[in-house]
Design a protein. Structure first.
Length: 146
């Protein structure tokens, strides 16, 4: 049964109904179930993952095909939530996926590495700090946001 104004998310075979909080995401309310292994809500943003792995470019495609965006923390609370998802995640270097300047960052010591900023990707390390790397093709867990 589809509930208007709610979304059912399946996490580890357990169904949980959430109220739709965002008018611009109401299209999600018409799906009967979305299968994710991880769902974390911070303020009014959801971070989701089904433990799919891929490169940076694959992550962008994976999220956009589902009507989502690649996860990018906007504050310390979101950064901490993403650190708990999986060991690592990918994001773009200096701007978000809509080419807007970052409003929050958590660069590690000696970062960002300006020498590779045009060709590098930013990785969220297990301790929550951000580091620029050449290894944009690393096969890491993909986390999307809505």
């Amino acid at each position: 049964m589809k509930l208007r104004g709610h979304i059912t998310i399946v996490i580890n075979n357990k169904k949980t109904a959430y109220k739709c909080l965002f008018s611009h995401f109401t299209f999600l309310c018409f799906f009967s179930a979305i299968n994710y292994d991880f769902v974390q809500m911070v303020d009014q943003k959801y971070f989701v993952s089904n433990k799919h792995r891929g490169s940076f470019s694959e992550a962008v495609v994976f999220c956009s095909q589902r009507g989502l965006e690649l996860a990018l923390p906007q504050n310390e609370e979101e950064n901490n939530a993403l650190t708990q998802v999986h060991g690592k995640f990918r994001a773009k270097f200096k701007t978000d996926m809509k080419n807007r300047p970052l409003t929050f960052n958590n660069w590690g010591k000696g970062q960002p590495d300006k020498s590779i900023e045009d060709t590098g990707c930013t990785m969220l390390s297990e301790n929550g700090s951000w580091q620029v790397t050449h290894e944009c093709s690393l096969n890491v867990h993909i986390v999307c946001q809505l």
